[in-house]
Design a protein around this ligand. Structure first.
Ligand code: NAP
Length: 484
């Protein structure tokens, strides 16, 4: 693969929460990898801001440690890390007070892109946005990056949007959903809109149903307090799975430009029907002999929060009328797997007879692991013995097909941070999209509460609750995509 690096001018990036988990695991390693690739120009500055008592050297030690631990072993020339660290600075600052803001203001250079990455808890978003404004740091070159969760429900998302809108134009606000930065997710658009092969078939006439699975083996970890207030619906479905659904289902945008793409995604969300209660399954994982169950893990013995959710959605528009979309996501499942399966209808008539075998065509788009695409097609079983049909996968792993040997594809954060610097919002959520997603999600959650519903237990490291299988089987279908 020829690696194309689009140059950008030197920039200032302030990471509020620069000492936190996300900064250490994702943001800093992503910047380093882009620096190794030659895309972060010399003279740029990466400024960590947090309350911790650190000086520049102390922060550089933390940055170096994070790079060694999390940058994925990217081979760089000798001395690269030392040169990268020369761009790093630190300000001890309290986001909800005045400490440190004038120091930060003095560090920011005029006449260059300045991006403020809010890698802190959402309670601080409003404070930081306001102080960036009152300290005179907002100009045409200013961008603000906001992490998930973007609100807890429609009301809080509207309030947050309103707060940000007091200080920034929508074109300056970058709401991150890191799923949109994944190579395969963009490939989804390339496959759909770059080939004549698929788009004519991409509708209810030819597609039987679509499945979107985001399965995790990991548990809640240290996020128990947040997660128990959120659950799988708010933590994953309302954002990541909803974004994947939008990209799969949207009409072709006129251009691959921010508002063209986001207008089409918004139309999908607005066309979603309310979900029938019997079309949703919630689950909560049990403990094993060695590991705690969900309730023990979050320290809430009567928690009714779901660690798993599966649902059947319908999009009421011309293209998708009658084609169900099955979405599921959960924690502590048997395998880590994010995959979209587009299951096509059977051929209208089999000239080989009903006993010949064969199966429906399925286009599988794997987001992780092993990003790639598989097309399941029917061929003749080799050898004598009449015409027997078999289903074979035409498989393309992106790493094998496109990647230089031994090099990982760029991480989602690498792409998204550089898009912020370039000023390209295509892969970021617009405020109205986020609100529409909450408007669809809120009644589902309110319905659970009103009916006093309790999630179904499921075995840790299984495929999830059995009721989720029934959700499919009732329709004569099967889940595909979680393989141990
Ligand atoms: P974290 O590890 O708790 O880090 C929080 C950061 O905020 C720390 O650097 C902390 O440093 C700083 N901070 C807290 N209060 C502050 C204040 N008043 N003024 C200035 N800095 C302050 O959290 P995280 O996991 O990195 O998550 C950060 C954000 O990203 C959250 O909104 C989270 O929901 C989101 N997110 C995280 C992940 C992830 O994988 N971690 C994934 C997706 C989204 P000091 O204590 O030194 O001030």
């Amino acid at each position: 693969m020829v690696s194309r690096v689009i140059p950008v001018d030197p920039f200032d990036l302030v990471v509020f929460g620069g000492t936190g988990d996300l900064a250490r695991r994702k943001i800093i390693p992503a910047l380093f990898r882009r620096y190794c690739s030659g895309q972060v120009p010399e003279g740029s500055r990466i400024i960590g801001a947090a309350r911790s008592e650190l000086d520049r050297d102390g922060f550089c030690d933390m940055v170096a440690g994070a790079i060694r631990e999390f940058s994925g072993g990217r081979a760089c020339e000798d001395g690269t890390l030392e040169r990268f660290l020369q761009m790093v600075d630190y300000v001890k600052l309290d986001a909800s007070g005045e400490d440190g803001w004038s120091e930060l203001t003095h560090l920011i250079k005029e006449d260059r892109t300045r991006a403020f990455y809010l890698s802190v808890g959402p309670a601080l978003f409003g404070d930081i946005a306001g102080r960036i404004r009152t300290h005179g740091l907002v100009n045409d070159q200013t961008r603000i990056v906001v992490e998930k969760p973007f609100g807890h429900d429609l009301e809080s998302a509207q309030a947050l949007n309103a707060t940000l809108a007091q200080h920034f134009h929508e074109r300056q606000i970058y709401r991150i959903d890191h799923y949109l930065g994944k190579e395969t997710v963009q490939n989804l658009m390339a496959v759909r809109f770059g080939n004549m092969l698929f788009e004519p078939l991409w509708n209810a006439q030819y597609v039987d149903h679509i499945q979107i699975t985001v399965a995790e083996t990991v548990s809640i970890g240290s996020r128990g307090e947040y997660y128990d207030r959120a659950g799988a619906m708010r933590d994953m479905m309302q954002n990541h799975l909803m974004q994947l659904l939008c990209l799969i289902a949207m009409e072709p945008p006129a251009r691959f430009e921010p508002d063209s793409v986001r207008d089409e995604k918004l139309k999908v969300i607005r066309a979603l029907d309310p979900v029938e209660p019997h079309h949703i399954v919630r689950g909560q994982f049990d403990g094993t002999g060695d590991e705690p169950g969900y309730r023990e893990e979050v320290g809430h013995p009567r928690s009714t929060t779901e660690s798993y959710v599966a649902l059947k959605a319908h999009i009421s528009n011309w293209r998708w009328s009658g084609t169900p979309f099955y979405l599921r996501t959960g924690k502590k499942l048997v395998a880590r797997s994010s995959v979209i399966n587009v299951v096509f209808k059977d051929a209208p008539h089999s000239i080989f007879g009903t006993d010949a075998g064969g199966a429906a065509n399925i286009l599988s788009i794997r987001l992780q692991p092993n990003e790639g695409i598989t097309m399941h097609v029917t061929i003749k079983e080799p050898g004598p013995g009449g015409m027997r049909l078999v289903d074979v996968p035409l498989d393309m792993s992106f790493a094998e097909a496109l990647g230089p040997e031994g090099e990982d594809p760029p991480d989602a954060y690498e792409r998204l941070i550089m898009d912020v610097i370039r000023g390209n919002q295509t892969l970021f959520m617009r405020g109205d999209e986020v609100e529409a997603a909450w408007a669809w999600t809120d009644p589902i959650i309110a319905g659970w509460k009103a009916r006093g519903e309790v999630p179904k237990p499921y075995d840790a490291y299984s495929k999830g609750p059995l009721d989720a299988d029934q959700l499919m089987r009732r329709d004569g279908r099967e889940w595909r995509g979680i393989k141990p």
